[in-house]
Ligand binder design. Sequence first.
Ligand code: PLP
Length: 387
Amino acid sequence: MSALAYNYKRKNISFSRGKGSYLYTSRGIKYLDFIQGIAVNSLGHSNPGLNKAIKEQSKKVWHVSNAFKIPEGEKLAKKLAKRTFADSIIFQNSGAEATETAIKVARRYFYSIGKPKKNRIICIKNSFHGRTIAAIHASGSKKMTEGFGPKVQGFDHFEFGDHKKIKKLIKKNTAAVMIETVMGEGGIKVIPHWCIKAIRKLCNEKGILLILDEVQCGIGRSGKFFAFEYANVKPDIVPIAKGIGGGFPIGAVLMTKKVAKAMVPGTHGSTFGGNPLAMAVGNAVLDQLNRSLLNNVNKMSKYFMHELNEIKIKYPKVIKEVRGVGLLIGLQLFKDQTEFIKKLMENKLLTIRAAENVIRILPPLNVKKREIDIALKIISKVCNEIK
Ligand SMILES: *Cc1c(COP(=O)(O)O)cnc(C)c1O
């Protein structure tokens, strides 16, 4: 009997080490890991640069209170600001904290300009913004909120694709629209670029803020630093997490000056958020996230998607759609994906489910072509077995 709570249905397998795209069990069995901790280990397992950063920082200082200046955090914030729309950053420890903070920033902004009643947030029904009490209600998923009442007020929802509804939902008391640029848990659904553009325009017209949740699709995963760059828009607030820490828990909220001004001393805080150890790792991740790494994401994505589509043509009754962007890839099946994922795992390829019968494929951003070829071979084999 495990002393761990049963809130996860875990597979009966554990790993004792990892290297790059691979994970190894204690008995040395090797798995191609195309989950990477759910888009977290952006540079693969046991990355030498990250190992060095954590080792060196651990000998200096791990944690100090945010009552003091933290130079490693200043440095990471500066790097993020330099590469993005953002002027100002708040560090957190996880994605849910980052999305909640994004909501707080939006509300506090309107409060600070004398419009405290402008506090409602419009989100997509069955999206995913994390598991805290506010975040589950923002996600608007029955499954996630069930049994966790009372309902947290302040969120309005529209269905994915129902663009017209957004306009109707915007009322005097609306503060922001918050959407994932690419819906991850929801089934790797890419919001069309024209739609993101139109929402930005609508937000401008109505004087409300645009929050783009890039916790999963951000930090290079899409082939650009942020996925919204494809739509050529500038959001007001962007929560990030997963990929920025390369495996170390880091979350952050990126903001423009305009909204950041509202976050004066005392409005928000975090004991752990932005501590020197986390910031050292974040800096090391960004140091490797250069043009050549993004080129690799794009090149590998193009190849992977093309080959997956070839497999789809060969097995049209198994694979319904290949979708996604960069190395955030979804393989949608016609039927439940559980058996397929199990078979991939038996063949030593790790993938993870998303909604709508989707198998999520999330290689590290530095994945090699030969590793993708191994995955393709296994996927093809399983299609043949399952057809
Ligand atoms: C994973 C995820 C979150 C929540 O992140 P946690 O670190 O698990 O709290 C929020 N938003 C999106 C889009 C995510 O994919």
